[in-house]
Design a protein around this ligand. Structure first.
Ligand SMILES: C=C(O[C@H]1C=CC=C(C(=O)O)[C@@H]1O)C(=O)O
Ligand SMILES: [Mg+2]
Length: 472
């Protein structure tokens, strides 16, 4: 594989063709070039005709990184109903890199350029499948044909092309020229105001409230310490949901969250989550403990008071403490040093404030990003404590199927750098139908009605992006 920022594409194709013929198998050419920054959403929408159902969008909080992928040059997926899926993906990715990327020459100074996998995982591969999530595998990652990266204001275009032994040089060059055209966009995506009508149906609310009562009883009996229980609402719109408007609105409103979309055929999984699962950059590890919530105030003063209340509330501090303990324990084996603040701080999004403890580590050699994901998922911010018991309880008590809600979603590059977030504050869109999900950390002092109110707040980012009403 050859990756370069210079215009050596033709030479790379010649080399790749020679190697493909010699080995009698495909070789990946991943061509990266710096381009004038373009609007990521314009690029995304430009790919609609050719790549609908095979696109992704990812924006990290702030302005540091946005990536948009169009088309699937290769994919790794599994419907394996065991917990082995992270290492399954790791092994196939390793094989892909060995067979395709055999004279790797990456410019390592820019994040998320060259060959990367983007995708996600279901929350629980052992839970029986639900029809709604049929097309989403337990793990689904794609190597895009074409990818735009906006990193710190710099634009890069990556074209990934598998070159086969019988390909002709002219065919390969034509393919490249065609793909490059997708980056010829100008201006900014503007969504304008549009009235959208919808009907909302809450699913199994009574059962959900009962599940909380049952969970708190079992916690008080000492069966386990914490479980996160989620619920679902269904929305029916009077027309097909416009995914660009949803993303544009999330980008504008949810500036401290990861904005993501992953398309699978006619369905699109979208969200704005404030929760990082893990980021790995060389030997630096970052994870986030985010659990414990309170609404935002109407005034600066009220907002500060609510924040202070949260920082001192025993029930929320307990919810948070399980997450800090589990994440610190889970990554400690992989790290030479680990930095975990003793007290949580506040992380505020437009709609909600959370208790927040960042975890930083310097990794020991020999551990991969996949190892970290496997150890961390699900954290007690979306599973519970202890981990296995909590997953069992979710299967038993939660009256719905999570699908990819609360699963890891993100990207990894060819050098094992990457970042995965937890797919919270999310929904599955199919034409004019949307399912939204929100959950709450249940501990011994949880009150069902208060937890219900908390999920209402957590539904608001997606409801607002879809054009819906805010309940606060
Ligand atoms: C499970 C969700 O949020 C988690 C993340 C932050 C705060 C949480 C809480 O306070 O309950 C949850 O653990 C969700 O948004 O669906
Ligand atoms: Mg909570």
């Amino acid at each position: 594989m050859v990756t370069t920022l210079q215009d050596t594409f033709k030479q790379n194709i010649l080399n790749a063709l020679e190697q493909a013929k010699k080995k009698n198998k495909s070789v990946l050419v991943s061509h990266v070039e710096k381009i004038q920054p373009i609007d990521p959403l314009q690029f995304y929408s430009q790919g609609e005709e050719a790549f609908l159902g095979e696109r992704f969008f990812w924006k990290a909080p702030g302005h540091n990184l946005t990536i948009v992928g169009l088309g699937k040059e290769d994919k790794i997926s599994t419907d394996d109903h065991t917990n082995n899926r992270f290492h399954y993906i790791e092994n196939i990715w390793k094989q892909l890199k060995e067979s395709y990327i055999n004279n790797i020459n990456l410019d390592r100074s820019h994040q998320a350029t060259g060959p990367i996998l983007f995708g996600g995982f279901s929350f629980d591969p052992l839970k029986e499948k639900d029809q709604k999530w049929d097309t989403f595998s337990e793990a689904n990652l794609m190597l895009p044909k074409l990818m735009y990266t906006l990193e710190e204001g710099n634009g890069f275009l990556t074209i990934n092309q598998l070159v086969y032994p019988n390909d002709s040089f002219s065919h390969c060059i034509k393919h490249y020229d065609e793909l490059k055209n997708y980056a010829s966009v100008s201006g900014h995506f503007s969504c304008g105001f549009q009235e959208i009508e919808y009907r909302m149906e809450e699913k199994n609310t009574r059962e959900w409230l009962d599940a909380i009562k049952q969970a708190t009883k079992q916690i008080r009996r000492g069966e386990f310490n914490k479980v996160v229980l989620a619920r679902e609402v269904s929305l029916s719109f009077n027309k097909t949901v416009d995914i660009y408007r949803v993303l544009a609105s999330l980008i504008e409103e949810q500036t401290s969250s990861y904005i993501f979309s992953f398309e699978k055929g006619r369905q699109c999984f979208v969200g704005a989550t404030p929760e990082r699962l893990v980021k790995k950059e060389k030997d630096q590890l970052l994870s986030t403990c985010l659990a414990g919530s309170i609404k935002r105030g109407q005034t600066v003063k009220e907002d500060e008071q609510l924040g202070l209340e949260l920082l001192n509330d025993p029930k929320n501090l307990e919810e948070h403490a399980f997450v800090v303990k589990m994440i610190s324990d889970a990554v400690s084996d992989c790290c030479e040093t680990l930095d975990v603040p003793k007290e949580p701080a506040l992380l505020k999004t437009k709609n909600i404030q959370h208790l927040y403890t960042p975890v930083k580590g310097k990794m020991k050699p020999g551990f991969s990003l996949w190892d970290l994901i496997e150890k961390l998922h699900p954290t007690p911010a979306l599973g519970g404590y202890p981990k296995e018991k909590a997953i069992e309880k979710i299967r038993e008590l939660e009256p719905m199927h999570r699908g990819w809600y609360a699963g890891p979603i993100g990207w990894i590059d060819a050098n094992d750098n990457g970042e995965f977030a937890v797919a919270l504050r999310s929904g599955l869109i199919e034409d004019d139908q949307v399912s939204l999900y929100a959950g709450c950390g249940i501990v011994k002092d949880s009150v069902p009605e208060r937890e219900y109110y908390e999920t209402q707040i957590k539904l608001n980012p997606m409801l607002s992006a879809l054009g819906g009403t805010i309940h606060e």
